[in-house]
Design a binder for this molecule. Structure first.
Ligand SMILES: [Zn+2]
Length: 90
């Protein structure tokens, strides 16, 4: 969660692992402008979100997995591919 970088003018979002900009810390479309880290992507906030996941989301996932009703979708790919996966599951 601390790996997202957002370009402040055009709003393009990069990810240092899944969608890195060609030149580190600079937008591909606007190379003069530097990327910034999202305000909610700080380490402290990421810890809170992870704790919330462990306490509230994980038990729900376990419940549905144990009753064989959990369907998984790869969220690291592009949005069109994710949509396609969701359509097949519904
Ligand atoms: Zn840009």
């Amino acid at each position: 969660m601390t790996v997202r970088r957002k370009f402040s003018v055009c709003g393009e979002i990069y990810n240092i692992y899944f969608k890195p900009p060609i030149k580190e810390n600079f937008c591909d479309l606007h190379p003069a402008e530097q990327l910034e880290q999202r305000a909610d992507d700080t380490e402290e906030k990421a810890k809170v979100r992870l704790a919330t996941y462990e306490e509230q989301t994980k038990p729900l996932l376990d419940y549905y997995e144990n009753t064989e009703r959990l369907k998984k979708v790869d969220g690291t790919v592009d949005s069109e591919t994710i949509y396609g996966q969701l359509e097949k599951l519904i």
